[in-house]
Ligand binder design. Structure first.
Ligand code: ADE
Length: 220
């Protein structure tokens, strides 16, 4: 899978690409992540990419031209173009699964007051990562890229995401590690029993009970 991220702030991604699971996925060649500064597609003096809004008002608006020209350059028939914007579809695990099957994802990060509305005409999907406003789409693009990359075949074992929270609309089960007793708090006996049937049952109940107590909306 290839992920191209169009941004005005490429340095924000240094840590993202250079740590842990994402770093290994890139090194193994399972994913390619390109950070593209779309200022380089500007034809304006000083590589300007934004201007004041028609009709007046505060802030600056990202212009069509650098983004159209960037997409002319990098988009292919296999590309899915995604705009990160607070007025997009609210992101969830099911969208992450769908995106993990794509060959090429292009993530468009806005900044300032937003995008010229005409840019939406060349976008396949608009995503919001939640009902709050960030200073730009960069953090949102990292959230999307991270959650998609871990689901791409070969990045982590299938077992590691089979019981993820939100699969089957249930949260993940409770987990413990050594020691079996810590400051008076004991690990449930069943997990020490070695009885895998009982352990599976315990975990299934744990998923259901946690969802009922914390996120009853998911059970509806
Ligand atoms: N850009 C600014 N806020 C955002 C959000 N909540 N989701 C996606 N992109 C954004």
């Amino acid at each position: 899978m290839k992920i191209d991220i169009l941004t005005l702030f490429p340095e924000m991604y240094n840590g993202f690409k250079e740590e842990s699971i994402i770093k290994r996925a890139i090194e193994k060649g399972i994913v390619e992540v390109n950070i593209i500064d779309f200022r380089k597609y500007s034809n304006e003096p000083n590589n300007k990419v934004d201007d004041t809004p028609y009709g007046g008002g505060s802030g600056m608006v990202l212009m069509c031209d650098p983004i159209f020209r960037a997409l002319d350059d990098i988009k292919t028939d296999d590309s899915k173009v995604i705009m990160l914007t607070p007025d997009g579809k609210v992101y969830n695990q099911s969208i992450a699964y769908d995106l993990s099957k794509e060959k090429h994802i292009i993530l468009l990060c806005g900044h300032y007051e937003g995008f010229d509305e005409r840019i939406r005409s060349i976008v396949d999907l608009e995503i919001s990562i939640g009902d709050y406003v960030l200073t730009g789409g960069e953090l949102a693009s990292m959230v999307v890229a991270d959650s998609v990359i871990r689901l791409v075949d070969g990045v982590i074992t299938k077992d590691s995401h089979l019981n993820d929270s939100f699969n089957d609309n249930l949260l993940d089960y409770e987990t413990y590690t050594k020691p079996s007793e810590y400051r008076g708090m004991k690990v449930p006996d069943v997990l020490l029993s070695g009885d895998h049937k009982k352990i599976d049952e315990f975990r299934q109940n744990s998923r259901y009970n946690r969802t009922r107590d914390r996120r009853p909306d998911l059970l509806k």
